[in-house]
Design a protein around this ligand. Structure first.
Ligand code: GLN
Length: 507
């Protein structure tokens, strides 16, 4: 592939997928390996190794997750304005490597230091690689959603492998004879650093084929000419990021700050978005409003969906048997990686389904797909409710049926999450691409935050009760969430003509 490809040449690709998507697929896969590897280790490590209380660990975990996704907004914003997507990605990747190396070196002593670097790093990496996928497609190319579905499979391949390997090594279930007990966590965190290096090396070789995609923005002069941005601005971003590290260390350490942060960042972001909206023309503004509707609805989606990391992991530990289609498996393992497994299996099929439906002119539009995503999420949560039908007197129910519920939830995720990435790139103006992608993930931050609160309420409802009562309390909670999801889905489908008007020609 030549170094001098133009955007036109890239976007006029033949076949189902642009070639470059594979490189972005692998870079993101390794980054998600690192992210989900960490995610799988955090709560366990805090309880088992740092001897935090369970409740404190859960809150701390929620705070870390909320910060990670909240920083994607900052990362997206600076990519648009100063760094460009490529430099942001390198800078983010580098921060993630430093964070993982700190954790690999001395996880017990420098836990929050390492976490702070990875939080900021993910913010610079995650939204910007997704935005670059969008640039591989011309506006209106019907293959875009399929591309994002494929990219989403890469995300989940990393999530599946990393999510399993890191914690298994840390706990000593894997490679136990090769690694001395006292070094297991160092190796587990170190693995995250190694895969991030692979991700960046892979991206380095991809750059050649990306033509102008992701280059640093330029200054537009009054006479119509352009000139490169001043170098000090770029250096200021790097320096500013480093200055943020000690602040983030304090903020994740003290979860009260998370509340203040969450109360502030959302409204501040909205005000900034409205300011940016005042500078665009009315057609562009309408599209940004449509994007905002998707973003706001997605908060509810993730708030329900992300029970997976919280209340559902407690449910899995207490209320599920260990038999899945005849195999003896750990129910927490199934809860953690089952969704990713189904996505890898189903994402390519969904991609092909959308293409096939588009050819037959029966493809549901994006708003309806979103609505279906909510309805399927709701049906999945109803299935979680019905796990109580298979429970024995000890409150232990069927892992098979639970996994069936995960499958339905995954159908819902596939109707919403990859399509959300895709629609952000389609509805944003060129100068706001990174920021809007960041806002999409900021909704996930709020979802994670809400999920923690919902989960905590559910666990309060059942405290001090028997295993069976706990099953009843949790499943009653899931039934309620199911209803909210279905209502949201129906509302979205009903208001879809209005949102489509805002979206204009964008599908
Ligand atoms: N599972 C997806 C990912 O890791 C989506 C996460 C999210 O937006 N909450 O990219």
């Amino acid at each position: 592939m030549s170094q001098n490809l133009t955007l036109e040449e890239i976007q006029n690709f033949k076949g189902k997928y642009p070639k470059q998507i594979w490189s972005l697929f692998f870079s993101e896969m390794w980054e998600r390996f690192c992210f989900y590897g960490m995610r799988g280790m955090l709560v366990f490590f805090m309880i088992d190794q740092l001897h935090f209380e369970e409740a404190k660990s859960n809150l701390q975990y929620g705070a870390i997750q909320a910060f990670v996704y909240a920083f994607t907004f900052v990362g997206g914003l600076f990519a648009d304005k100063i760094l460009g997507f490529r430099k942001s990605l390198f800078w983010g990747g580098l921060m993630m490597i430093i964070g993982s190396m700190i954790l690999a070196y001395e996880p017990h002593t420098y836990f929050f230091e390492g976490i702070a670097f990875t939080v900021i790093g993910t913010g610079f990496f995650k939204p910007n690689i997704s935005t670059m996928v969008g640039y591989l497609y011309k506006h209106g190319d019907t293959r875009t959603d399929a591309g994002f579905s494929l990219f989403y499979a890469g995300i989940n391949l990393g999530a599946l492998i990393g999510g399993y390997l890191c914690i298994a090594i840390g706990k000593g279930q894997l490679l136990e004879n090769l690694i001395a007990v006292e070094h297991r966590w160092n190796v587990a965190f170190g693995l995250a650093a190694v895969v991030m290096v692979i991700s960046l090396i892979n991206f380095y070789f991809t750059k050649r084929s990306l033509g102008p995609i992701g280059l640093q923005p330029v200054q537009h002069l009054a006479n119509g000419e352009t000139k490169p941005l001043e170098r000090w601005k770029e250096i200021a971003v790097y320096a500013g990021t480093l200055l943020m590290v000690p602040i983030i260390i304090q903020m994740v350490n003290n979860t009260d700050y998370t509340d203040y942060f969450m109360y502030t960042i959302g409204p501040a972001t909205l005000i900034y978005l409205f300011y940016e909206m005042s500078k665009v023309n009315s057609s562009e503004r309408k599209k940004l409003y449509a994007a905002l509707v998707f973003i706001l609805f997605s908060i509810l989606f993730w708030g329900i969906y992300e029970q997976a990391g919280g209340s559902l992991s407690i449910f899995a530990a207490k209320n599920l048997d260990t038999s899945l289609v005849g195999l003896n498996l750990d129910p927490n393992g199934v809860n953690n990686s089952g969704g990713a497994f189904f996505i890898i299996l189903l994402a390519p099929l969904f991609g092909l389904l959308w293409i096939w439906m588009a050819k037959k002119k029966i493809e549901p539009n994006t708003v309806v797909k979103f609505g279906l995503g909510f309805i399927l999420l709701g049906v999945g949560y109803y299935a979680l409710f019905y796990t109580r039908l298979f429970a024995n007197a000890d409150g232990v129910t069927s892992l098979n049926f639970f996994t069936f519920a995960l499958l339905i939830i995954t159908f819902g995720e596939l109707c919403l999450s990859p399509i959300g990435l895709s629609i952000m790139t389609k509805l944003s103006t060129p100068n706001l691409q990174g920021m809007m992608m960041g806002m999409w993930f900021l909704a996930s931050a709020y979802g994670q935050y809400a999920a923690g609160i919902i989960g905590a309420n559910m666990s309060e409802a059942k405290s001090g009760s028997s295993n069976y009562e706990s099953l009843i309390a949790y499943t009653t909670g899931y039934k309620e969430l199911a209803l909210y999801a279905v209502i949201a889905g129906v509302v979205l489908i009903i208001i879809s003509p209005m949102i489509r008007k805002l979206m204009q020609e964008v599908k």
